[in-house]
Design a protein around this ligand. Structure first.
Ligand code: PEP
Ligand code: MG
Length: 595
């Protein structure tokens, strides 16, 4: 008899509550692939088998891409990257060299190569780079399945409504699972920047990653509750827990539906204070979802993601032009579209070019600093932006620089933008001069000089994700210090308050695009501090708009005034929770009460 109510925890990366039967998927390391020594005359046979398997695997990915054609969630670009990896000459020749030099069969050569790469990658501390190794593992697993005669596209055939438990999932597998309508995903490995998570979000599959002991505690067919909000898993829940979560899940599904129906209403509080709710996008095609979820504009388009998952040349103006054109042509106008110039370095790396290794990348040449150090790349992007804008002059276009540290730095970046504008005008492009130029406030020093920056900028956007990490000296990706990463720290609130006041005094538009906008208590405090514009991932927008309608501005201002007198984040949170009571329930972030 299985043990009841086993709780496991990981990182909740796609919200939602589901109850389903576990379906376990094993990775490359769990299968017993045939490994055998071969006589010299068989080497060419093994090499042929390998080449054949590469082509078959390439075709399998092509088949998945075809099935996806026309789907707005189309993550085909990730599959393309895997196809390129499969046909990579260096990779193929390293397989072949091992077959010949060690006289081993193709499966073993693939495993050997994978093992050698794994050793090198595991020594790398950066999470993003480590995750790129997963891509190699996915490609090799597919190759191994093909070599062993399995159809890699059929291996994954879960029963309907299954909750998948996997060491990790390839993007291709995740797409197949998404199309199979699985209920949820639980992985042992993976962080929130993985491609798998990007796809799980696109398919809206509730997902928890980093559940270290999943395979120890979950067996095939076990009943599992997955709470993607809290990153919580309950294995073999008793009848009482199942009914609590089932009721909660039904309520949320019904609420999701109801909220989507009214998500196009304007953002406002119960007493009619207008609050603009904008969308954060990582890829241009997400704009379709942003519109469908009631976004009143795009508050942040992270232009660097394109280069992190695509083998595209970041110095190619045409690539930037095409990307922004695709974004703008799908936006009907009416609200701002904010393009952030590339924010690479730190933990974000382009696929095609090597950035120099730095001892402390978070404090190194990242973001705007990187752009200013490589003006030809920066200009390629800015020229691409402006040329795309020329095609859609009716759009309220905003160009925003990330990680601005000083007035001089902002002025330098703006001068480069103006230079691009002048050059394009001389070249005969008719570009309206009505676009706005602004700065992200995500360094503590930048918030403290917001009054000075406001004389230069036409708008601000607060980047709370980086602000918290720099102000509190807490790495935003390190789970060991995650409990110290607190947006409600009074020091953070004071800095944000200072910036909002400076912007208001100068009449400069100010918004918040960090993830703090998705949490109800911090968002309300920002409202109380005077913020009237929030930008967040599209899926949060209907919830945020609904929640805003439950509060009155005068009440929130009063709560905020008191909250600012409290010494610690915990005190502020407890006070706000007690004051808001059950209005916090049934939000994205609700606590599940086990009554
Ligand atoms: C931020 O830092 O808050 C932000 C929105 O930018 P990113 O998360 O891309 O660093
Ligand atoms: Mg940032």
């Amino acid at each position: 008899m299985s043990i009841r109510n086993v709780y496991l925890f990981g990182q909740g990366v796609v919200p939602g509550i589901v109850i389903g039967r576990a379906h376990l998927i094993q990775g490359a390391n769990q299968y017993a692939w045939t490994q055998r020594h071969i006589p010299p005359e068989e080497c060419s046979i093994e090499i042929d088998r390998l080449r054949q398997a590469v082509e078959t695997s390439w075709q399998q990915l092509e088949d998945i891409k075809e099935q996806l054609a026309g789907d707005s969630k189309d993550p085909g670009h990730i599959l393309e990257a895997h196809q390129m990896m499969l046909r990579d000459q260096d990779l193929q020749s390293s397989f072949e060299k091992i077959i010949v030099s060690e006289r081993i069969n193709a499966e073993w050569a693939v495993l050997r190569t994978l093992g050698a790469w794994e050793e090198r990658f595991l020594r790398i501390e950066n999470e993003y780079i480590r995750e790129r190794f997963s891509d190699l593992r996915f490609v090799c697993t597919r190759l191994l399945r093909t070599l062993s005669g399995q159809s890699a596209n059929e291996v994954i055939a879960p029963p309907p409504d299954a909750v998948i438990i996997a060491t990790e999932l390839s993007p291709a597998d995740t797409i197949l699972l998404g199309r199979n309508a699985v209920a949820g995903l639980i992985t042992v490995r993976g962080g929130k920047t993985s491609h798998t998570v990007i796809i799980a979000k696109a398919f809206e599959i509730p997902t928890v990653v980093g559940v270290a002991r999943a395979f120890e505690h979950v067996g095939e067919g076990d009943l599992v509750v997955l709470n993607g909000h809290k990153g919580e898993i309950i294995v073999n829940p008793d009848a009482k827990l199942v009914s609590v979560y089932r009721a909660q899940s039904h309520r949320m599904i019904a609420k999701d539906q109801a909220l989507l129906e009214k998500c196009h209403l304007p953002g406002e509080t119960a007493d009619g204070t207008q609050v603009r709710v904008l969308a954060n996008l990582d890829f241009a095609d997400e704009i379709v979802k942003a519109k469908g979820h009631g976004a009143e504009g795009i508050g942040l388009y992270r232009t660097e993601f394109l280069f992190m998952v695509h083998e595209k040349d970041i110095a190619d103006e045409q690539v930037h032009f095409q990307d922004v054109k695709e974004l703008l042509e799908r936006w009907p106008g009416g609200g701002p579209v904010t393009l952030r110039t590339f924010d690479l370095g730190g933990d974000k790396f382009p696929l095609t070019s090597q950035l120099a290794r730095e001892a402390n990348p978070a404090l190194g040449q990242r973001s705007l600093r990187l752009a200013l150090a490589h003006p030809h790349i920066f200009k390629a992007q800015l020229r691409g932006f402006l040329r795309a804008y020329a095609l859609f002059p009716h759009i309220d276009l905003r160009i925003m620089f990330p990680l601005v540290a000083s007035v001089r730095e902002f002025q330098t970046a703006r001068e480069i933008l103006c230079e691009c504008y002048r050059e394009l005008s001389i070249e005969g492009h008719e570009i309206p001069d009505t676009f706005k130029i602004g700065a992200m406030l995500e360094l503590p020093a930048a918030l403290m000089i917001a009054d000075m920056l406001s004389r230069e900028c036409q708008f601000f956007s607060i980047g709370s994700n980086d602000l918290i990490q720099y102000a509190l000296a807490v790495d935003r990706g390190n789970e060991k210090v995650a409990h110290m990463y607190r947006g409600l720290h009074p020091g953070i609130l004071r800095m944000i308050h200072h910036a909002i006041r400076a912007a208001d005094d100068a009449g400069v538009d100010i918004s918040l695009c960090g993830d703090l906008a998705t949490e109800p208590i911090p968002a309300l405090i920002m409202l109380g501090l005077g913020l009237r514009s929030f930008s967040m991932p599209p899926v949060f927008i209907p919830y945020a708009k609904d929640f805003l309608r439950t509060v009155r501005l005068a009440e929130i201002e009063e709560l905020t005034t008191h909250a600012l007198t409290l010494p610690c984040a915990d005190d502020i949170e407890a006070f706000m929770r007690a004051s808001l009571g059950n209005r916090l329930q049934d939000t994205f972030w609700s606590e599940i009460s086990e009554k």
